[in-house]
Design a protein around this ligand. Structure first.
Ligand code: OAD
Length: 252
């Protein structure tokens, strides 16, 4: 039998999306690549230049909070000028079109929110939030802190980025939200290598729960073998095409 062409797979995925009532999306760094934010594990990615053990672990922060903060300040400056790309906007549009929708993102860059996504779980936290190690107060940041490491305005305690580091547990409420999102008719995996757990596990869980899986990625990765509809390409190009002609609830 002839292998399905890319166009056939795209059209089959479009039909599946049109039929689906419950739609969930899992995103990774690749969804922000076209906004100019480097991914982690691609060639030239963040983990090629930095050792995660030195910048993204509780031990690293305990050893040298100012150094870890310098690194986060660098990342904040890098994403500060970035704008959502057509992939982020297509995902926000999907939320408006589908009555049951949930986005689970591993990204901390805030671009989904800037594009209008609201029904979502930020599994690994948010770069623009800090948490006081002493009193636990969470604060939103509007700009890169001037003095590093920043201190809590209330109690003077050390503030850390409100992100998940290697070796840390995810927030149980976030896990519960992501698990609920696995009960979907269609589950889209966009721009993630699937190398980091438990995030990658949600794609397996969705498949086991009976969801059809769409993967959007220019490179096959460890989740590709799960995909019913592997769409090979850039998220900012493929997602808008996938949504073409999709009607909202009650529309024909
Ligand atoms: P990775 O860097 O591991 O993977 C990025 C994925 O995006 C790869 O599969 C690329 O092929 C794909 N990609 C690149 N450009 C793309 C594009 N234009 N459109 C679609 N896909 C594209 O990043 P993540 O899977 O997000 O965690 O990594 C997961 C976690 O590992 C991150 O949240 C971070 C990191 O360590 C923590 O820091 C805790």
């Amino acid at each position: 039998m002839a292998k399905s062409s890319r166009q056939d797979i795209l059209e089959a995925a479009r039909r599946a999306l049109a039929r689906a009532r419950r739609v969930s999306v899992l995103t990774g760094a690749g969804v922000s690549a076209e906004s100019g934010i480097p991914t982690f594990r691609d060639r030239g990615g963040i983990w090629e230049k930095f050792d995660p053990q030195q910048v993204a672990t509780p031990d690293a922060f305990a050893r040298d909070p100012a150094f870890v903060w310098e690194w986060y300040a660098l990342r904040m400056r890098a994403v500060q000028e970035a704008r959502p790309n057509p992939a982020h906007y297509a995902i926000a549009e999907l939320e408006r079109l589908k009555p049951e929708f949930w986005l689970v993102t591993q990204n901390i860059d805030n671009l989904h929110r800037l594009a209008g996504s609201r029904r979502m779980t930020e599994l690994h936290g948010n770069l623009w939030r800090t948490r006081c190690l002493a009193c636990g107060k969470v604060e939103e940041l509007t700009e890169v802190p001037q003095a590093l490491p920043p201190r809590c305005a209330g109690c003077g305690g050390l503030r850390r980025p409100d992100v998940v580091w290697f070796g840390e547990m995810l927030d149980p409420r976030h896990i519960a939200e992501a698990e609920r999102a696995c009960d979907a008719d269609l589950f889209l995996i966009v721009g993630t290598s699937g190398e980091v757990w438990p995030a990658a596990g949600f794609a397996h869980q969705a498949k086991a729960a009976g969801a059809q899986l769409v993967e959007i990625n220019p490179q096959p990765g460890s989740l590709s073998q799960l995909a019913d509809f592997p769409l090979v390409g850039k998220a900012g190009e493929v997602l808008p095409r996938l949504l073409q002609g999709l009607a909202g609830p009650g529309q024909k």
